[in-house]
Design a binder for this molecule. Structure first.
Ligand code: NI
Length: 258
């Protein structure tokens, strides 16, 4: 299993980080991507990656912190990105739900970081909330270049998923998909997305310490619990857990070159 979106550098793991890492790698975990969301966490991600063979890092500034994107901070992100264990730019994107930063500033910060990724031919890890139409419009402008990436923690409709897939993106699913039940006729839209999406476009992720999947919901999340996301996908697509595990690992290796 590859957890393609973890934040084990966060303070929630200060007391037992090494045990959390061990639990993952001793129980079927193959590789993990620790995702930066500001300068400090991008630095910490790289440090974790440097010290652990099967942990990789991304560097980027989250839309919540778009105000901090400027020449100097971008230069630092670029420096971290140039290290051998940094394999993506992210998480970057648009979040019009919380709106801690103006939309204009978020869009500017997103464009600057897309261009950074493009210049270095690196994949992007994208966070998007309540802003898919704007985000898709921006991505389409860059379609001629050959960058690639993942739409992390996807919860939108199949129509939107199709747009991303056509642009060449992978779709990342977190524990949120386990919150929906399927014993009713009225199936949630996310099940339609998972049913329809080609296997070769799926990635699994935890976004830990947040979004613990059932049966761990309400507790701190950790990379090992990515197995519950894979199990849910297997259940919805009526295929085996092994198949989901194998194909998502293959996808992650291909996209991130790990
Ligand atoms: Ni995240």
């Amino acid at each position: 299993m590859i957890d393609t979106h973890a934040h084990i550098d966060f303070k929630e793991y200060n007391k037992d980080r090494e045990e959390v890492i061990k639990r993952f790698f001793n129980n079927g975990g193959e590789k993990m991507i620790n995702v930066g969301c500001d300068l400090q966490s991008s630095k910490r991600s790289y440090k974790l990656a440097k010290n652990n063979e099967n942990i990789f890092a991304s560097a980027g500034i989250h839309p919540h912190d778009a105000d901090s994107v400027n020449k100097n901070s971008l230069k630092i992100i670029e420096e971290i990105a140039m290290h051998y264990k940094t394999i993506a730019i992210g998480e970057i994107g648009l979040d019009f739900f919380k709106g801690t930063t103006s939309r204009e500033k978020q869009i500017e910060a997103f464009r600057l970081q897309i261009e950074l990724a493009d210049n270095h031919n690196m994949p992007v890890i994208i966070h998007c909330r309540d802003a898919h139409n704007d985000l898709i419009d921006i991505l389409k402008e860059y379609k001629t270049s050959n960058w690639k990436g993942v739409i992390h923690c996807f919860t939108a409709s199949w129509e939107i998923a199709k747009e991303y897939i056509n642009l060449g993106f992978y779709i990342g699913f977190t524990g949120i998909i386990t919150y929906y039940k399927d014993e009713f006729n009225n199936k949630p839209e996310i099940f339609k997305v998972i049913n329809n999406i080609p296997l070769d476009r799926i990635l699994i992720e935890t976004d830990c310490p947040y979004l613990s999947p059932i049966p761990k919901r309400g507790k701190r999340n950790e990379p090992l619990y990515v197995k519950h996301v894979a199990e849910k996908i297997a259940h919805i697509k009526k295929i085996s857990f092994e198949e989901v595990k194998n194909i998502t690992s293959k996808n992650a290796k291909k996209l991130f070159g790990i």
